[in-house]
Design a protein around this ligand. Structure first.
Ligand code: HAM
Length: 420
């Protein structure tokens, strides 16, 4: 038997109802804030991610699906969406000439992580990116969209963690402190962190290794290194959240796993997710557009993991919806009127299932139940001869006979009334 690779899922219809509800809620909220959809490529030149996400990030060092195309160019399946949106924004002059731009996206991302609950190698995100202002209002706007989507998805309990990692200037002093602290405790660091210590000491705060997590508890804090501007920015983001009633917790060690962040970083976490407790995250990245060759443009964004969020969305009312009608017939001369009835109903926008092989009425009725049909419509020999249809209401269990044309007219009138 052929199987799918580890960490990659098939999403069957029973999960799609809940899935679409979440993604539709996200689309709706993005629309309320005037974010427009962008479809970005699934693969990019590898350099986009090595330059964008940071050479020492876990994603770049061990999680990318990278391969050579036929012209020996290195391509990578996108591990996240921000780098591509930034590249697209710079490459498309029309958008980057606007004073600001708002995009949202949704689709699969690829990371070669060790698969476990909520951690996949192909997973899906929706996310939003804002370009063109360093006003802390936009950090708040991005956070508020994440919060509204989470609430409208019905996720019962979660925490928004908020931090500022400052700008490259004020971070310098902090990195020196971190370097000193961890150098004195080098023997307790994991192998990766010993290497990262010299290259990118801030990454140590994001390590998930047990002994590194334990060391983090007493690590120096960035707060006192924040420059005036970063401090004010952070206070304003928090002030907007307070004013909008969005609860948050300060997490002074929240540096996140990607190197492009400046100032605000945040994550939505839930304890019911276990080890991988973040279901969404983001922050400001004021340097990235310039790093990719664009004119310096401040930006901020976030992304949420759809599969991870769905682990938290309550299951109620997520059944696959039933079909409107199941048409039963007995083959032979009954097939033609049954097919005509099916076609007429579908043309009016009703969903209909018919089994061309008929079989007994009993087995067809069983199938109608399985399809959760609202009504079963029976066209047997008798109905075909008298140009009628027997209508069974599957919830009430009641059965009535109706003229074939009269029945269709009543459905048409009903549909027209409903559509205004
Ligand atoms: P991220 O925190 O790497 O941020 O990913 C965002 C979300 O994607 C996570 O919170 C998680 O729900 C989901 N996710 C990540 N990896 C996996 C995985 N292996 N399996 C399942 N779900 C996963 C970003 O991707 C940034 N681009 C967010 C951003 C946008 N920052 C600024 N703009």
């Amino acid at each position: 038997m052929l199987t799918k690779p580890p960490g990659i899922e098939d999403i069957f219809p029973d999960r799609i109802v809940k899935w679409n509800r979440l993604v539709n809620a996200a689309r709706y909220v993005f629309g309320l804030y005037n974010y427009r959809e962008i479809i970005i490529p699934v693969m990019e030149y590898t350099e986009l991610f090595t330059r964008g996400l940071g050479n020492e990030s876990d994603i770049v060092t061990k999680e990318m699906f990278t391969f050579e195309d036929r012209g020996n160019r290195s391509l990578t399946l996108r591990p996240e969406g921000t780098a591509s949106v930034v590249r697209a924004y710079i490459e498309n002059g029309e958008y980057n000439r606007l004073s600001s731009a708002k995009f949202f996206y949704t689709g699969p991302m690829f990371r070669a992580e060790r698969p476990q609950r909520g951690r996949l190698r192909q997973f899906n995100q929706f996310g939003a990116e804002f370009f063109g202002s360093s006003n802390p209002y936009y950090d708040f706007e991005i956070i508020a969209m994440g919060d509204t989507i989470t609430k409208s998805a019905g996720i019962p309990s979660y925490t928004l963690k908020l931090n500022s990692i400052g700008c490259p200037e004020c971070r310098k002093g902090y990195i020196a402190d971190i370097h000193e602290y961890y150098t004195a405790r080098k023997e307790r660091l994991c192998e990766d962190c010993r290497r990262r210590l010299e290259k990118n000491a801030l990454r140590l705060l994001d390590c998930k290794n047990e002994s590194c997590v334990a060391l983090k508890k007493d690590a120096p804090l960035l707060g006192q290194h924040l420059c005036e501007e970063c401090r004010e920015h952070h206070a304003a983001v928090k002030g907007h959240c307070d004013a909008a009633g969005i609860a948050y917790e300060d997490d002074p060690y929240l540096v996140r796993g990607l190197d492009y962040y400046t100032k605000t970083t945040f994550e939505f976490v839930s304890s019911s997710l276990g080890g991988q407790n973040a279901f969404a995250g983001g922050g400001r990245y004021d340097e990235l557009v310039a790093r990719f060759g664009g004119s310096p443009t401040p930006a901020v964004g976030f992304a949420a993991g759809i599969e991870r969020m769905l682990l938290l969305v309550p299951d109620a009312e997520t059944d696959v919806p039933g079909v409107d009608y199941y048409v039963l017939h007995s083959g032979g001369t009954t097939l033609a009127p049954a097919l005509r009835l099916t076609a007429s109903l579908r043309s009016m926008g009703c969903s209909v299932v018919i089994d061309p092989d008929a079989g007994g009425f009993k087995s067809q009725m069983k199938k109608a139940n399985r399809e959760k049909a609202g009504h079963a419509l029976i066209i047997g020999e008798e109905e075909a001869a008298s140009n009628t249809v027997t209508v069974k209401d599957m919830t009430q269990g009641t059965q009535t006979a109706a003229g074939y044309d009269a029945f269709l007219s009543s459905i048409r009138a009903d549909r027209e009334k409903r559509n205004g």
